[in-house]
Design a protein around this ligand. Structure first.
Ligand code: GDP
Ligand code: MN
Ligand code: MN
Ligand code: MN
Length: 249
């Protein structure tokens, strides 16, 4: 398997045809998986925003006040308002805001980005990353994963995750297959699109590299059982349930 960045992509702006810009720069094969940083999907979809688009509610002022005290620096209540508006639920409001986006991804600040956004104050995540991936996959003729960089519980460090995907299942089901001992695997469902997103993030980088799109070549999902379940449902998520009950003091 090989992972390489698509070279020479310009700064992406609202209305740009991202699929065409990619297709001009790489000869894709039907079994390539194209991993696209959500940052450029958002830019193309016009998800850049101004802080002034988010006049702060009382709740946003409250959240920002608490964060400011904790951080020892002023946090903008309009940023807090943007998070509230992009979220289906706020799981934690301190010591950072952990929110569930409207499409079900749980991440800090609802994934609102202020890095690599020259034209706007803020960049919101794509509204429906699955729909974005479907459109890109349709145009490119191969599977597409829309990625973001995200933190995770239990461990330091951020890594790539899949927000939306099309043209392949999210996960490979290993249940029913055997280990080297002949023991049947009972639980393992491999989150393949997250693993591809992680690999892609290694070549896209996080800074000024200008490489938001990575091609994974030579990965075959194969003839395995797959599923598209990635985000846990609320009632089956013990970490989310525990955090709802927990307060930072
Ligand atoms: P995120 O993980 O989706 O939040 O995206 P990042 O901000 O980490 O950026 C991933 C990669 O895309 C980095 O190499 C950035 O330099 C690059 N990048 C971000 N925006 C653009 C853009 O508009 N055009 C190009 N060519 N590269 C970009
Ligand atoms: Mn991001
Ligand atoms: Mn990133
Ligand atoms: Mn193992």
């Amino acid at each position: 398997m090989e992972v390489f960045a698509v070279p020479g992509l310009p700064e992406i702006r609202e209305g740009d045809d991202l699929a065409a810009l990619v297709a001009e720069r790489v000869d894709l094969r039907p079994d390539d998986v194209v991993c696209v940083a959500s940052t450029v999907v958002s830019k193309a979809e016009g998800r850049g925003a101004a802080l002034d688009d988010f006049p702060a509610s009382e709740r946003a002022h409250e959240v920002a006040r608490r964060l400011s005290e904790l951080a020892g620096e002023e946090k903008d209540p309009r940023f807090a308002q943007a998070i509230l508006e992009e979220s289906e639920e706020v799981i934690l409001d301190a010591p950072f805001v952990l929110a569930v986006t409207r499409f079900g991804h749980i991440t800090v600040n609802a994934g609102i980005d202020q890095s690599n956004v020259p034209d706007h104050d803020l960049l919101l995540l794509p509204e429906d990353p699955t729909a974005s991936a479907e459109a890109l996959s349709g145009s490119l003729g191969c599977p597409v994963v829309v990625t973001d960089t995200s933190g995770r519980p239990f461990r330091h460090g951020q890594r790539g995750v899949a927000l939306g995907w099309a043209g392949m299942p999210a996960a490979r089901d290993w249940r029913g297959e055997s280990d080297r001992d002949g023991r049947e695997l009972g639980v393992t469902v491999q989150a393949v699109v997250d693993e591809l997103a992680g690999a892609a993030n290694l070549v896209t980088g996080e800074g000024d590299g200008g490489t938001p799109v990575a091609v994974v070549r030579g990965f075959a999902f194969g003839d395995h059982e797959g599923s598209d379940l990635l985000f846990r449902s609320t009632d089956r998520d013990v970490v989310r349930s525990a955090l709802r009950e927990w307060t930072w003091t």
